[in-house]
Design a binder for this molecule. Sequence first.
Ligand SMILES: [Fe+2]
Ligand SMILES: [Fe+2]
Length: 191
Amino acid sequence: MPVTLGASPDHGFDQPLGLLSDCHRRIERFLNALWRVTSDRHGGELQDEERHTLRRALEYFRNAAPRHTEDEEASLFPRLRAIDSPQVKALMRDVERLEADHRAAEAQHDRVHELVDGWLGRGQLGERHLQELVVLLAALRDMYREHIAQEDERVFPLAARLLSQSQLEQIGQEMAMRRGVETRRLDEESR
Ligand SMILES: [Fe+2]
Ligand SMILES: [Fe+2]
């Protein structure tokens, strides 16, 4: 059954790779929202709707996005690493870069959070901080473009081919548990 983690219906936890791609669409959407308000307002006074948009985006990157990273680093990548195949060995070099991207993005998101939080709190963002925010958002946009394409187009399709149905079910269950969602139906099926 589809579940909703954001604004639109998603794949279910029984389709974990589809659900991971759904998370990518949300990363893109919330990053675009930060861009749009920043380029419309240039650090100036915000309208209520813009404040709401910024708060939602900060909340997403603070609370939900880290679970996506954990889905990949704790549930998906280790199961791929354990597969003895030349395709996976070649892919693992790229996976190391994906994990390095995650670390870099965490630090950049922390700073974006501080800057946007300051903007929301004071109602203005000074020129120096605005420039810093623009540079950070551009870096995140460029990084995610490559990173998400790599995962959606290479990592997830290979995982779909190489992981067993029961491994995919375990990944889905772990993703559900990270979000405090019960998957009784999956529990019963996989027992
Ligand atoms: Fe990733
Ligand atoms: Fe991802």
